[in-house]
Design a protein around this ligand. Structure first.
Ligand code: ZN
Length: 611
């Protein structure tokens, strides 16, 4: 409504893009941007260096070329280049027409892919924008290739013309990925408080069958209902519509990316093979419509497209979302207790064993995002020993907080805390464009108020969020009748060792992990293991056989070649440190009444509880 008004009142203020695909087979689009400069002498046109939800620098200008800069009647304007991502246009008050070719061949949440089957456009990767014009309305017109059956799926605002779309400002435009293809569409509605109705759409570009799509859409509907049960309502989509934009194609790359009223889901797999995995990603991104898109960290708002955007809150925004993505799939009845327990065990092992915990807390790990989140560099890092993903660690903190709240307080759960965060920081205020954001201090304070125990919140944050402690998962999970026990009792452990065979035997592939016997023995990537316990080691099966012949506590003489020298060391074998998490029933034990009730309250469906 507001948008229509803006466009009607100020048509000459609108930034207009025209997008065509004269060379789709070679992954090119031609984009013409018309910027009304409003009397400015110069205009600064940018290609973004960062994209919201991805934290590394991506330098999208690298795929832009054949740039021409003119006024609307085609007269060339002078352009000054001071860096590779910016064009300083001497406009002298004239409107600027900025035309360029975009190359893109990666379909995921960050980049663009143009080919004869589709144009998959992440906006910061695709569209040049002008500094100072961020609050102007945006209009986009598409010209699909002749003879194609392409239609448009996006959270942009529809107009009467199915090939013309609009956004109220640059922030909304940048947040609105676009899929042009002959996609299949499914939709359903969800009813919220006070009769509010939202439509959920699934636009899927794939090579599978209609029956596979129907089954997937049915499962997704259940997961969506579970999440709405947690918050009590949808995330109040701006135009009462949320769209899953999915590309499950052999030429797509695995990813999921959150936006306010849509998400990009991409995978090289297919529904026939990977439905549960793909469902977990869809679950993750839908949860972000509350936690990240609306319950939003102050540190990434407003998002700066010209640099890396750091945040101390990713353990919450990503990690708690990670905790809930599989929990919602479990509650929807699409994972068994034991399958869910396997996912819990992976988190417990990572959080408990990761050597990165020696150096950084979850808050500090969040700041590492620009170095790990789709970042590329050619020099090696020591991340295997210094990094523990804020996704995993945050999921581990979420698990511990949920189980602690449930065990220690009457009728308090992480669901309840998330709902409070939604009410305080997420639910959109009445006036358009107003946003409340949170800091980590706000999270701690809100937890104290929710639990009615500020000291509890202070201690929990001090130990597990600002600090680096691992929670006691054995005790926490026992409340729900899950056992945490050694995964391979009695077996000997040396630490992960990748051996790459070559003509002379085998070379150590990746770096070893601090805290393991093989690390303590001094073995590193590139070394050649010559013998262990006097026997040659030329392959991974030989190494596995050696371990199987020994017990924890054994000392094994090890000979290896490292950077031209022969090294002799003693390998002190240890017990396998990882654990399994299993329902007690699988170990032949009977959970108590209290354990059963705890598990049902935690893992049972909440969909029926929504408003
Ligand atoms: Zn995420």
């Amino acid at each position: 409504m507001l948008l229509a008004l803006l466009l009607a009142l100020a048509p000459t203020d609108t930034i207009r893009y025209a997008v065509s695909f004269p060379n789709a087979a070679h992954h090119e689009a031609r984009i013409v941007a018309d910027f009304p400069v409003g009397g400015r002498d110069t205009l600064e046109v940018w290609m973004s260096r960062a994209s919201p939800g991805r934290y590394a620098l991506h330098e999208f200008a690298k795929n832009v070329y054949d740039v021409t800069v003119t006024d609307p009647s085609g007269h060339a304007l002078r352009v000054v280049r001071r860096d590779p991502y910016r064009w300083l246009v001497v406009a002298r008050g004239r409107a600027v027409r900025f035309s360029y070719t975009l190359f893109g061949d990666r379909a995921d949440g960050t980049y663009a892919q143009i080919d004869p089957t589709h144009a998959h456009l992440n906006i910061p990767a695709s569209f040049a924008w002008a500094r100072g014009l961020e609050s102007r309305p945006v209009a986009v017109r598409f010209e699909p290739p002749a003879g194609s059956a392409w239609r448009v799926a996006t959270q942009l605002v529809a107009t009467a013309d199915p090939l013309r779309w609009a956004a109220p400002d640059l922030t909304y435009f940048m947040d609105s990925p676009i899929e042009l293809s002959d996609f299949a569409l499914r939709s359903w509605t969800v009813t919220g408080p006070a009769g509010r109705i939202d439509t959920i759409r699934l636009a899927l570009h794939h090579e599978g069958t209609e029956a596979e799509l129907d089954a997937f859409a049915g499962d997704l509907e259940k997961v969506v209902a579970e999440q709405i049960g947690i918050f009590g309502e949808s995330a109040r989509f701006d135009h009462h519509v949320f769209t899953f934009l999915a590309d499950y194609l052999p030429w797509a790359s695995g990813d999921g990316m959150e936006h306010r009223n849509s998400t990009v889901l991409s995978a090289s797999g297919a529904l026939a093979r990977d439905a549960v995995l793909l469902l977990r990603t869809a679950s993750h991104e839908f949860f972000h419509s509350w936690n990240m898109e609306r319950i939003r960290s102050a540190e990434i708002e407003p998002f700066d497209f010209t640099r890396a955007d750091p945040s101390h809150g990713l353990w919450f925004g990503e990690g708690f979302t990670n905790y809930y993505d599989r929990l919602a799939v479990r509650r929807a009845g699409l994972l068994s207790d034991s399958a869910y327990a396997v996912l819990v065990a992976a988190v417990v092992n990572d959080v408990t064993l990761a050597p990165g915990r020696r150096f950084f807390s979850p808050m500090e790990m969040s700041l590492q995002a620009p170095f790990v989140d789709a970042a590329t560099a050619i020099d090696p890092t020591n991340q295997a020993n210094t990094f523990l993903s804020y996704y995993t660690w945050g999921a581990g903190v979420g698990l511990a907080l949920d189980l602690t709240l449930r065990g220690r307080f009457e009728r308090k759960t992480l669901d309840g805390f998330m709902r409070l965060m939604w009410e305080r920081f997420g639910r959109p205020p009445r006036r358009y464009g107003l946003r409340r954001t949170y800091t980590v201090d706000d999270l701690e304070r809100s937890l104290g108020e929710y639990a009615g125990d500020a000291a509890f919140a202070r201690e929990f944050f001090a130990r597990y969020v600002r600090g680096r402690e691992a929670p006691d998962y054995g005790a926490l999970l026992a409340q729900a009748g899950f056992l945490v026990r050694p995964s391979q009792p009695g077996a000997a452990f040396a630490g992960a060792l990748e051996l790459i065979p070559d003509s002379a035997g085998a070379v150590v592939g990746s770096g070893t992990i601090a805290g393991t016997p093989i690390y303590a023995a001094g073995v590193e990537a590139g070394d050649r293991i010559l013998s262990a316990a006097g026997t040659p080691v030329r392959s991974e099966p030989e190494w596995t056989a050696l371990l199987a012949a020994h017990a924890p506590g054994d000392e094994v003489p090890l000979v290896f070649r490292q950077r031209g020298r022969e090294v002799r060391a003693n390998l002190g074998l240890a017990p396998v440190p990882s654990v399994d998490v299993i329902p007690m029933e699988l170990a032949g034990e009977t959970p108590s009444e209290a354990q059963r009730a705890f598990r049902t309250a935690w893992l049972g469906s909440r969909a029926a509880l929504s408003p």
